[in-house]
Design a protein around this ligand. Sequence first.
Ligand code: BDR
Ligand code: CA
Length: 312
Amino acid sequence: MRKFIIDTDIGSDDAAALIMAMKNPEIDILGITTIGGNIPLENTTRNALQVVEECKKEIPVYKGADKPLKRDLVTAGNVHGKDGMGDKGLIHPTRKAEEKNAVDFILETVKKNPNEIEIAVLGPVTNIALAIIKDRETMSKVKHIWSMGTAGFGKGNMSPVAEFNVFVDAESYDIMLNSQIPVTIAGFDLCLGDASFTPEELTELAKTPLGKFITDCNSTRLKFNEEITGTPYVDLPDAVAMATALYEDVITEKIEAYCYCCTKEEATYGQVIIYDISKPYTVTYNIPKTNTTVIKTIDVDKFKSYLKEALK
Ligand code: BDR
Ligand code: CA
């Protein structure tokens, strides 16, 4: 059975991803680690505990970093709601987080299960960077990291070039990309258009208790998208990323790439430049070697049907 740790700044779309993973009988989730991101750490931890309870599971939750490596935390309560879950009064967990810190949990778990642990990272990657800084040798035995991050081959959502999870802590993303751990990236470009949910599709999803929970959690997101684009829809980037981690047939095209994370200049802070090594470049940057797999396209119908299945 595949062994997973899920690292999350949960958050409305993270909640959908977490349910998708917890409802999959073919993986073993050894723990959920939280991080400040969409909202502060205290909220992301409460939200993780609540979603575990909604799924009637006993998976332990570990608190991680409350801020990025070098910068102040940037949050996105305007997208997810002040509580990160649509401000519908849904969050009242009865359990508490474990005493152990997320970074220590990650390191101990990898040590106990060398080359077996896959980590799905659904927020800023600060916990991963801290684990690499603390014990690079142990982290070299992580089997795979699945990252929801970067603008992919499209535009950013924080700046023209930067996507939220990288923008919050680009220094950490740079550390992860240079760690030599195998990383697969699902960028923000995969999550819009047909991959997002119309109000009609959301009404359909809301017919089950978990579906109702998820549509309520994403109600602020629906309003936010309508305000900024004029069209009501809900995109679920973390659920897309989780689907690519769990189900090979969701990925229809991917490339091996060298990814470079910009950290030095404000205008490009958090941009990830993707060098497709199969393409000839006229002016070549000094590409050491490929460090990531980047997903180019997904089967949207499969993604949506896996999510619907999980919410049943
Ligand atoms: C990512 O940023 C967060 O707002 C979402 O939870 C997702 O992980 C999308 O850019
Ligand atoms: Ca997230």
